[in-house]
Write a protein that binds this ligand. Structure first.
Ligand code: NDP
Length: 340
């Protein structure tokens, strides 16, 4: 069957495309320019993604335009919606235009377009752990977040946020709520699946030409790796994570699992902290001489909230890889990129 992936040039989207193709789906992916289309094809081909002949990339310069997006859904059985700005470089005054509108309107339009195409049976929206936890409550040791929890931020909180991380979190939760409101208020033929991953780490196969273009979550890893032997390990924020290939596999499994209703899934392997990333990286020969030592073995796990992702493990049969299995290949790739 044919699956539409929005934001096809992104870090997570590229892995979703690769996993879909490997599982014999046909994929149509949207990007915002002809240049990004060419770069994406090039990157996926260098990464030796299987069955690339089954991928079609279409340019939709404004994915919040219903007509333009709807055309791309023709003949599709499912949509995986990933296009959304995950950036911390917007300034106060820009949050509505750069974060809130693309996220919220983008998600509403995906739902509206899907309703126009009776062939579409599942709509998967990549939400975030940002839509689940309440960052204002701090560390909350002992708290275990589940799919029932919702970040309380509103549209107005996003527009008027004092700092960009709050605006990003608001963009994710208001967008996800918009999808749930859509299926509540309309008679839809599709099942809605929302996924709430923690920080996503792992090897990259999307188009990226230099470390300056690193996506926001892998930047956390690079900030540790590049802090310098005598540098400080940067503090940990939002310390739950998932590997990008595991997230892609989870996404693909939501297209065929036997559930009949709308579902929300938390997708996290467990806790991480930047000290743990440093400890893992120092075990590799390239990094041992340059990554800060900090306080080896110190872990955030017992001093912080955690997540229960047993629903994804039980309903989708997922087993998630360890932080080491995710970070070591990424570290090798990042050091290689630094050299070239
Ligand atoms: P990337 O930054 O690698 O990709 C983002 C994608 O969204 C790109 O295709 C980008 O296209 C598109 N995009 C950005 N801004 C806009 C906009 N204003 N309008 C339309 N499209 C836009 O991010 P990730 O792969 O990390 O993230 C993908 C999704 O996963 C996002 O929804 C993100 O919120 C979510 N997520 C990510 C997590 C992570 O840790 N990485 C954790 C939890 C959720 P272009 O290049 O044209 O800008």
């Amino acid at each position: 069957s044919l699956v539409l992936v929005t934001g096809g040039n992104g870090f997570i989207a590229a892995h979703c495309i690769a996993t879909l193709l490997r599982c014999n789906y046909r994929v149509r992916a949207t990007v915002r320019s002809a240049e990004k289309k060419a770069l994406t094809l090039q990157a996926l081909s260098s990464a030796k993604v299987e069955n690339l002949s089954q991928l079609e990339i279409v340019v939709v310069s404004d994915p919040t335009n219903l007509g333009a997006l709807s055309v791309t859904l023709s003949g599709c059985q499912a949509v995986v919606h990933l296009a959304s700005a995950f950036t911390y470089d917007a300034l106060p005054g820009e949050f509505e235009e750069r974060l809130m509108i693309p996220a919220v309107k983008g998600t509403q339009i995906v739902c509206e377009a899907a309703k126009l195409h009776p062939t579409v049976r599942r709509v998967v929206v990549m939400s975030s752990f940002a839509s689940v936890y309440n960052a204002d409550l701090g560390l909350q040791p002992g708290t275990v977040y589940t799919e029932k929890d919702w970040c309380p931020l509103t549209y107005e909180n996003g527009v008027n946020a004092a700092a960009v991380p709050t605006a990003y979190r608001a963009s994710k939760v208001v967008a996800e709520r918009a999808a749930w409101e859509y299926v509540r208020d309309h008679r839809v033929q599709f099942q809605l699946i929302t996924l709430c991953p923690g920080m996503v780490f792992g090897r990259m196969i999307h188009p990226i030409s230099s470390l300056s273009q690193l996506n926001a979550s892998n930047q956390i890893v690079w900030q540790v790796l590049s802090a310098g032997k005598d540098g400080q390990i940067p503090p940990t924020k939002a310390p739950v994570w998932i590997d990008v290939e595991d997230l892609a596999e989870t996404t693909v499994r939501t297209l065929t699992f036997s559930g009949v209703g709308h579902e929300r899934f938390l997708v996290t392997q467990g806790s991480y902290d930047t000290q743990e990333i440093a400890d893992i990286a120092r075990s590799s020969p390239v990094a041992s001489r340059r990554v800060p030592v900090g306080e080896p073995g110190k872990r955030i796990a017992n001093t912080h909230y955690s997540c229960d992702s047993s629903k994804a493990q039980m309903m989708l049969g997922m087993k998630f890889r360890s932080l080491e299995e995710s970070i070591l290949p990424l570290a090798e790739q990042l050091f290689n990129m630094e050299m070239h």
